[in-house]
Design a protein around this ligand. Structure first.
Ligand code: FAD
Length: 333
């Protein structure tokens, strides 16, 4: 949007991420951030919710702090499509001009954000991990890792509206439910026809064979190169099974083919926020630890007392990871 009058642009909007009419957790994390930013700017939190049958989900969004949830329902919106979602959202934003627009950096969000930004001619800051606000200028300061995670870039968008960014899942906490929430749900009319959508979903095949989502796990047992061999690494599944967790890994292990990409933790993998993260034989490279900053408790096992991972761990065990793993399994048995 070529913007001349910034005063027309108001409020913090969140685009809800859904898979088959179920709201993705990142949406709640974004509402928490939107609430904080909106409070600082004296504006409202508005959420865009698209799907086929999503009114009960809309109530949950209100219960977590949305002032207004705009609901767009149609069988054509049951599944995410670039064309359908971009059209509905950008048509709406012709009349309802957001000051700030937050999108989850999920698979769908990473597809949607640049497409919307192309239509709105506003630019998008992708994959942010910190959001602050300059209340004097009314500008969001978007922070994101850059240059292989070695620096943090701070980016502002002073000349265009909406100020738009995508935010990685699991970086921010989900806000608590509000007992006396005040928000409202608005069913929105919109114009979308089958011929507006050039793609058709034939099937949905989850990428991961085992089907667990590491981003939702409470306990992650993660291995790195220190595990030494695939055979050793596979023993981590025994521990994970025994304590109700799932297995994750560093990037080199994915590159070796010991585990699939959906289970890679870190900058080019998943950001995770488990209650417990066990790191076996992981050095603690910035590209890895940037993915675990949301973990409540990190326990690191490494035979190098100076390993960087100990700087990020709540508890450290200096020792051979297989010895420690076997001890743990023996105790559990
Ligand atoms: P290493 O760094 O080799 O560490 C192995 C550790 O095991 C060492 O600390 C060693 O002391 C310890 N060890 C060895 N033997 C034992 C033993 N017997 N018992 C106990 N400890 C032992 N990495 C990721 O993980 N995720 C990412 O998303 C990611 N993205 C990247 C993106 C870019 C652009 C780049 C450049 C790199 C990225 N990396 C990523 C790679 C990252 O920089 C590191 O190379 C990687 O995380 C290191 O993996 P590691 O800790 O398994 O191995």
């Amino acid at each position: 949007m070529g913007v001349t009058n910034f005063d027309e642009y108001r409020d913090v909007f969140v685009v809800a991420d859904t898979i088959d009419d179920v709201v993705h957790p990142v949406t709640y994390e974004l509402i928490g951030q939107a609430r904080r930013i909106a409070k600082e700017l004296g504006q409202l939190v508005q959420v865009m919710l698209l799907g086929e049958n999503v009114q009960s989900e809309a109530e949950e969004l209100v219960a977590h702090g949305a002032d207004i949830v705009h609901v767009f329902e149609s069988p054509l919106l049951k599944y995410y499509t670039t064309d359908g979602y971009t059209k509905v959202l950008t048509d709406f934003f012709e009349d309802h001009k957001p000051n700030i627009l937050l999108i989850g950096a999920t698979n769908n969000g990473r597809d949607l954000a640049p497409r919307m930004s192309g239509r709105m001619k506003n630019g998008v800051v992708a994959d942010c991990t910190i959001l602050t606000v300059d209340t004097t200028e009314g500008l969001v300061e978007w922070t994101r890792p850059a240059l292989g995670g070695n620096i943090l870039a701070e980016i502002i968008s002073p000349n265009h509206r909406p100020q738009m960014g995508s935010v990685r899942p699991n970086v921010f906490k989900k806000p608590d439910r509000i007992a006396d929430s005040w928000g409202r749900i608005q069913i929105e009319p919109f114009d979308l026809n089958p011929e507006d959508i050039r793609m058709k979903r034939l099937d949905f095949i989850p990428f991961s064979k085992d089907g667990y989502n590491i981003q939702e796990a409470d306990i992650i047992v993660a291995g790195g190169c220190g595990m030494g061999s695939k055979e050793n690494f596979d023993k981590l599944y025994e521990l994970a099974d025994a304590i109700g967790g799932v297995v994750g890994a560093t990037r080199p292990l994915v590159e070796k083919g010991w585990i699939e990409l959906p289970y890679q933790v870190g900058q080019t993998g998943k950001t995770v926020s488990p209650k417990l993260y066990l790191a076996f034989g992981i050095s603690g490279a910035i590209q890895h630890v940037s993915g675990i900053s949301g973990a409540d408790t990190i326990v690191a096992i490494n035979n190098d007392p100076n390993a960087e991972i100990f700087q990020h761990a709540n508890y450290g065990i200096v020792g051979d990871c297989m010895e420690v793993l076997n001890d743990m399994l023996a105790h559990l048995k």
